[in-house]
Design a protein around this ligand. Structure first.
Ligand code: URA
Length: 204
């Protein structure tokens, strides 16, 4: 008799989820974006990182965190000793939002209604991946994860219980570091970011 591995159920359900999300029309962002940028990573990941919204590069390539913010995140994870390939990475909102300035697609932050509409997918990712630890990168992700506005600078770096068996931590978004005007500020912010990601080595 064939035995079906226990995880195949979750993997199959996940594949269905990704296909469904590809046709999402829960808010209007799908109209101008190229494609849904769904989360990625192992379905059995114990650690989930949640970003804000895909950027131009993510929209083109269909993968989260593959642009400049993603490169900074990769560097920070590596320095913190967290292996990206073991992490499930996703965004609060799964379509790129932009305004055209000339030929440039200028990134825009999602509205609360877009975050709320897209929460459907984050909930389903959480239900399938069942991470023990969820990390919100920045204010948008913190709002999506906690379901209410959160002051990032007040709560960052601390673990809070989301529900039994699941904790969450808020930290800065890597794009916020990139936007800092001075190299010394960026350097300091990067070090703090890494020190918070280091907390995940034992908690993730
Ligand atoms: N910023 C995000 O929040 N997510 C991405 O995927 C890329 C940039």
């Amino acid at each position: 008799r064939r035995t079906i591995p226990a995880e195949s159920g979750a993997a199959a359900a996940y594949a269905v989820l990704v296909r469904e999300a590809a046709h999402c029309t829960r808010c209007d962002l799908y109209k101008a974006a190229t494609r849904t940028v769904f989360g990625e990573g192992p379905v059995e990941a114990r650690l989930m990182l949640v970003g804000e919204i895909p950027g131009d590069m993510e929209d083109r390539r269909g993968r989260p965190f593959v642009g400049p913010a993603g490169r900074l995140l990769d560097r920070a994870l590596e320095e913190a000793g967290v292996d990206r390939s073991t992490v499930y990475l996703t965004n609060s909102v799964k379509h790129f939002k932009f305004e055209l300035t000339g030929r440039r697609r200028q990134h825009r932050a999602p509205s609360v209604s877009e975050i709320n509409a897209c929460h459907y997918w984050l909930d389903r990712e959480l239900a399938l991946v069942k991470p023990r630890t969820v990390v919100a990168l920045g204010g948008t992700a913190a709002r999506a994860v906690f379901g209410k506005p959160v002051r990032v600078l007040q709560v960052r770096g601390k673990f809070a219980d989301l529900e039994p068996g699941r904790q969450a931590m808020v930290t800065i978004h890597p794009s916020a570091i990139l936007r800092m005007p001075e190299e010394s500020m960026r350097h300091q912010a990067f070090e703090t970011f890494v020190s918070e990601l280091r907390l995940l080595r034992n908690n993730g």
